[in-house]
Design a protein around this ligand. Structure first.
Ligand SMILES: NC(=O)C1=CN([C@@H]2O[C@H](COP(=O)(O)OP(=O)(O)OC[C@H]3O[C@@H](n4cnc5c(N)ncnc54)[C@H](O)[C@@H]3O)[C@@H](O)[C@H]2O)C=CC1
Ligand SMILES: O=C(O)C(=O)[C@H](O)COP(=O)(O)O
Length: 385
């Protein structure tokens, strides 16, 4: 009797089981205290959240990460969901127009892992090109495409290393950081790092967290932003890093480019993710399974942000804080700068690369292996800047 759902008094939550500290944030004490509602939590693998599950469980709240597509296909026959929270920065998996039309509240976790992703990019660069630690009269030039939360944070780290930065973001005003055209970034950088959302020409909704310019998104779509033309214009010596979304690079053009130029390329995201072909993987300098943002801090901040948004929607005060859940953090960026040889202690990116390559079977990394690496990801900490 006690566990039987009661639509009137229960707050039923269906959540991706890969969301960090779900039970600590979403329980009777942290949610239903003032509303008196009993929290019923149903944890499911993100890819298993489908219309049938929603029909069976009738949740009021849906908590997701990036692998659950939220759109009319999922929700057209459902009337129970009133709040969707995605514990991610990216929102390309959510049809926000559809949610708005249905008056379903949506929240994401803008900026939650901006330091973690920036630190991933730095780790990749400094692992492949340790000479860039040295301050020299000709510092490297880092090109950053997309100057939102992650791109601008990465620029701060680069500046603290004395690097030159060329930035391109057509949706932001010109500035000392937003200082170059797309062609200049592509042609003049030693390193190019991508930090754009995945958007299509017809899409005007993929910029949650950047709502101030979302209505212009369609003017500068990012799908295949890095295509054959862009790669042809990029010097062979330029290191290219994609930790944004896989389809921002045309994978076929990239493979041909690496075969032709021998370019160093780092991918955390893949056009056909969660599947990766060995033909591409074998040509990459570093490859990781979409874990750039996967520090303890980045994940907890994501959970905190959707928890806070749900509390606001329920008109209750937040009663949980990630700071109560975080163990002591001893990773200081200033220490790493003083002791570059400690990089692998701070984050050993090659360990993630090796783990991904070890799952190759029959010429592919299969979806299940890719997902398992992400589900069982080791404890990684964010460095304090
Ligand atoms: N690999 C991973 O683990 C993670 C990946 N991401 C991805 O990184 C993306 C960026 O994250 P944030 O910086 O936090 O987002 P953000 O929304 O703060 O910034 C994105 C910036 O890209 C700019 N932009 C949009 N279209 C552009 C174009 N065609 N050319 C150049 N700039 C363009 C926007 O104006 C905005 O300033 C997310 O959308 C997500 O897809 C985010 C977190 C973790
Ligand atoms: O925040 C984002 O955007 C991301 O890409 C996430 O860090 C990836 O996380 P999952 O949702 O795919 O676990």
């Amino acid at each position: 009797m006690e566990n039987k759902p009661n639509a009137a008094t229960d707050l039923t939550i269906v959540a991706d089981s890969n969301i960090a500290s779900l039970s600590e944030f979403f329980n009777n004490d942290t949610l239903s205290g003032t509303t008196g509602r009993r929290v019923r939590m149903i944890k499911v693998a993100g890819r298993d959240i489908d219309a049938q599950l929603l029909a069976d469980t009738q949740p009021n709240v849906l908590l997701i990460r990036s692998v659950t597509h939220v759109n009319a296909d999922l929700l057209k026959d459902n009337d129970s969901v009133r709040f969707v929270g995605s514990a991610t920065i990216g929102t390309d998996h959510v049809d926000q127009d559809y949610l708005a039309a249905r008056r379903i509240h949506f929240a994401n976790a803008a900026g939650c892992s901006k330091h973690s992703v920036a630190q991933y990019v730095l780790s990749a660069i400094l692992t492949l090109r340790p000479e860039y630690w040295q301050r020299s009269s000709t510092p490297p030039t880092l090109g950053i495409i997309g100057l939102g939360n992650i791109g601008s944070t990465l620029a701060q780290y680069a500046s603290s290393l004395g690097w030159q930065v060329l930035g391109y973001d057509p949706l932001l005003p010109a500035s000392s950081l937003n200082n170059a055209s797309f062609a200049q970034v592509i042609e003049k950088s030693d390193l190019v790092s991508l930090h754009v959302p995945l958007t299509d020409k017809s899409s005007a909704t993929s910029l949650a967290g950047s709502a101030h310019h979302s209505s212009h998104a369609h003017e500068y779509p990012t799908r295949h932003l890095i295509d054959k033309n862009a790669l042809d214009a990029m010097p062979a010596s330029t290191l290219l890093i994609n930790s944004a979304r896989g389809p921002v690079i045309d994978a076929a053009a990239l493979q041909a480019d690496i075969e032709r130029t021998g370019r160093q390329v780092v991918l955390d995201v893949f056009e056909h993710e969660p599947q990766i072909e060995e033909a591409l993987l074998s040509k990459l300098a570093i490859a990781t399974p979409h874990i750039a943002g996967y520090t303890l801090e980045g994940k907890l901040r994501g959970t905190q942000m959707i928890y806070d948004a749900l509390c606001e929607k329920l008109s209750i005060s937040p009663a949980q804080s990630m700071h109560q859940l975080l163990p002591l953090n001893m990773f200081l960026w200033s220490e790493l700068q003083a002791h570059p040889d400690r990089l692998v202690k701070f984050y050993d990116i090659m360990q993630d690369d090796k783990a991904l390559r070890a799952t190759l079977a029959g010429g592919q990394v299969k979806a299940a292996a890719f997902d398992q690496l992400r589900r069982d990801y080791h404890l990684r900490r964010e460095w304090q800047f």
